[in-house]
Design a binder for this molecule. Structure first.
Ligand SMILES: NC(=O)c1ccc[n+]([C@@H]2O[C@H](COP(=O)([O-])OP(=O)(O)OC[C@H]3O[C@@H](n4cnc5c(N)ncnc54)[C@H](OP(=O)(O)O)[C@@H]3O)[C@@H](O)[C@H]2O)c1
Length: 274
C-alpha cells in the first residue's frame, strides 16, 4: 500500500500501522519457525562423501552440528576426507567403506551409523558415476556400473534406511540427481537414464513415505566444478556451480518449514559458458 501525504488521514495511518505490525509479526513468526528447524544433533548418512559434492555436503552438515557418516568405495580417499570433514565443525564424523551397489555393504553401514549415533534422520544419496559413450560403444559392464550406482544404489540405501527413519518418527531423504535427468544428450544414454529414473523413483518414494513424516526431495544440478568422471575440478570453476552451492541447497531443504516441500530443485550456473 502506498499513501501520499494528501491521504494521511487517521484512518489511513491506522491501516498502514496495522499492515506494518502484521508484517513485523509475520517476519517474527517466520524467524521462530526457522529457528525451530535447527539441525543440531541430527544424524546424517551421506553416500559418496569422500570428495566433490558429497564432501561439501558433509562439511556443511558438520558445521551445523549434524553428526555425519560418509561412505565411499576407496578407503584411502575416505581417510583423506575425514580430517577435512571433522575440521568443519564440532559434530562427530564416521567414514565407512560401503559400495552402494552392494545391498549387504549398505545395510551394514546404515546399521552401524544408527548404532553409533543412536538413530538416523537425514539420508543424502549423492554417490554417482558418469561413463560417457555412445550406446553402440558402451559395454554391458559400463552400463551396469552407471545404473547400479546411480539408481539401484539409491534404492539400496532407501530400503535399508526407511525403517530407521520411521523409528525416529520421520526424516529427510535428498537425492542428488542431475539436469541430465531432464535434458538427454548424446554419449550419455546410461547417465541420463539413471538420473531420469532417479527422478521418477524420488517422486514415487516421496508419495509413499510422506505420511510417515519422511520428506523426499531431489536436486538436479547442471555442471558442478568437481573431478566427476575423471574431469579436472579447476576447469570451468569460474562459471560452473560450486560443490558448496549444492551443499547450500541441501541445507536449505533440510531447514525448510515441514509444512511444505520443495520436492524438486533445478540448480544451474547463472551464466553458463556460451
Ligand atoms: N559434477 C557434476 O557436474 C554433477 C552435475 C550434476 C549431478 N552430479 C551428481 O552429483 C553426485 C556427486 O558428483 P561429484 O561431481 O561430486 O562426483 P565425484 O567428485 O566423482 O565424487 C563421487 C563420489 O561418489 C563416490 N562413489 C562413486 N561410486 C560409488 C559407489 N559405488 N559406492 C559408494 N560411493 C561411490 C566416490 O567415492 P570413491 O572415490 O570411493 O569412488 C566419491 O566420493 C553424483 O551423483 C553426480 O551424478 C554431478
Amino acid at each position: 500500500m502506498t499513501v501520499n501525504s494528501s491521504q494521511l488521514t487517521v484512518e489511513n495511518l491506522l491501516t498502514v500501522d496495522c499492515q506494518l505490525l502484521t508484517g513485523v509479526a509475520e517476519s517474527r513468526w517466520l524467524r521462530t519457525e526457522a529457528d525451530m528447524t535447527s539441525l543440531q544433533g541430527k544424524v546424517a548418512f551421506v553416500t559418496g562423501g569422500s570428495r566433490g559434492i558429497g564432501l561439501a555436503i558433509a562439511r556443511a552438515l558438520v558445521a551445523e552440528g549434524v553428526q555425519v557418516t560418509v561412505t565411499g568405495k576407496d578407503e584411502a580417499r575416505l581417510s583423506a576426507a575425514r580430517p577435512r570433514i571433522e575440521s568443519a565443525g564440532p559434530a562427530l564424523v564416521e567414514t565407512l567403506r560401503a559400495d552402494v551397489r552392494s545391498y549387504a555393504e549398505v545395510e551394514r553401514a546404515i546399521g552401524a551409523t544408527a548404532a553409533r549415533f543412536g538413530g538416523l534422520d537425514f539420508i543424502i544419496n549423492n554417490a554417482g558415476v558418469g561413463i560417457f559413450a555412445d550406446v553402440a560403444d558402451m559395454t554391458p559392464a559400463q552400463w551396469s556400473e552407471v545404473i547400479d550406482t546411480n539408481l539401484t544404489g539409491v534404492f539400496h540405501v532407501c530400503h535399508a534406511a526407511i525403517p530407521h527413519l520411521r523409528k525416529r518418527g520421520g526424516g529427510f531423504i535428498i537425492n542428488i540427481s542431475s539436469l541430465a535427468g531432464k535434458h538427454a544428450f548424446t554419449s550419455a544414454a546410461a547417465y541420463c537414464a539413471s538420473k531420469s529414473g532417479l527422478n521418477a523413483f524420488s517422486e514415487a518414494l516421496m508419495q509413499e513415505v510422506r505420511y510417515d513424516n519422511i520428506r523426499v526431495s531431489y536436486v538436479m544440478p547442471g555442471s558442478v566444478a568437481t573431478g566427476f568422471s575423471g574431469g579436472d575440478e579447476s576447469k570451468g570453476a569460474d562459471w560452473k556451480i560450486s560443490s558448496e552451492d549444492v551443499a547450500g541447497v541441501v541445507l536449505s531443504l533440510l531447514r525448510h518449514n515441514p509444512r511444505s516441500l520443495p520436492s524438486r530443485v533445478e540448480l544451474r550456473p547463472s551464466k553458463p559458458r556460451k
